[in-house]
Design a protein around this ligand. Structure first.
Ligand SMILES: Nc1ncnc2c1ncn2[C@@H]1O[C@H](COP(=O)(O)OP(=O)(O)OP(=O)(O)O)[C@@H](O)[C@H]1O
Length: 266
């Protein structure tokens, strides 16, 4: 049996802005279908990691390959940005947004077959269960519905890798759960690797295979149990941190900054 080609392979990576090194000697291999959560305090470099994968930031050292090929490859990556409301005056419908995701993939080629384009749009819409509101103006949709449209847009290009930058921010718990569930369903159905930046691990806790936790240039990568424990977080934060499991949630106690990073803090 041959091992599958990694969806993402980052080796010996270093990212630096001026004198500030965000991370170095960073190795991360993400398998097809794997769900990786990226956690850490404000400014620890989570978004910069996504931007590097998107090809917007250039590594100072090391390499990245996507789907077995050297370098980043935007055509194989779907990107879900932070939730922010669409302007009510924008005359776009959800279907138009998803269509833009489909056209992005076919850039330079063009959809000769309108039927195939429509099928790709409909498939992405179905993947986020959005038929009921896909023809309404985007500005009139709820935050959760808008975010589902953004997930559909990112999935429309049938990506190998799905990068999500705090897609649950400002959604209520029910919508957080819904969006997280839809992303999980897709990665299972299509073996799409997911890299999911989040301040709050609990909504994705059932789905996370591994955690990347960044703090001030230090990082730890491993399963949730390997990373989200008192010893590891105390070492990363260089202060006493306790991680408790309360029912099916993780609660981080003792690091002031932890209030808004990996889990709820007391
Ligand atoms: N293009 C850039 N030029 C210079 N510094 C940058 C640039 N992009 C990001 N930074 C700096 O790198 C650090 C990490 O930023 P980044 O946005 O990756 O953090 P983050 O962990 O995503 O934070 P947050 O949780 O607040 O979104 C910050 O101090 C930021 O100011």
């Amino acid at each position: 049996m041959t091992a599958s080609v990694p969806a993402i392979d980052i080796r010996g990576a270093r990212l630096r802005f001026g004198d500030r090194v965000l991370w170095s000697d960073f190795d991360l291999t993400v398998a097809p279908g794997e769900f990786v959560a990226v956690l850490g305090p404000n400014g620890s470099g989570k978004t910069s990691l996504l931007r590097t994968l998107l090809g917007q930031y250039r590594l100072d050292a090391g390499t990245i390959s996507i789907d077995g090929r050297n370098g980043t490859d935007r055509s194989k990556i779907g990107y879900v940005p932070q939730q922010r409301p669409h302007d009510e005056g924008v005359p776009l419908r959800g279907r138009d947004l998803v269509g833009m995701g489909v056209d992005g993939r076919a850039w330079g080629v063009g959809w000769r077959n309108r039927k195939a384009r429509k099928a790709a749009v409909d498939l992405a819409i179905d993947q986020v269960d959005a038929r009921a509101f896909v023809d309404a103006p985007l500005g009139l949709l709820s935050g959760g519905e808008q975010q589902r449209m953004r997930v559909a847009q990112a999935l429309a290009s049938d990506p190998v890798v799905l990068l999500c930058d705090e897609p649950l921010l400002s959604l209520d718990p029910a919508n957080q759960a819904r969006v997280a569930q839809l992303i999980d369903r897709r990665r299972r159905a299509a073996a799409t690797a997911v890299v999911f930046v989040t301040h709050e691990i609990n909504p994705v806790l059932p789905y996370v295979d591994r955690v990347v936790y960044l703090v001030d240039g230090r990082f730890r990568i491993g399963t949730t149990d390997e990373v989200m424990n008192s010893a590891v977080l105390s070492e990363l934060y260089r202060t006493k941190v306790d991680v408790l499991r309360v029912r099916d949630r993780l609660v981080v106690v003792g690091a002031d900054e932890a209030a808004c990073h990996g889990a709820e803090a007391l």
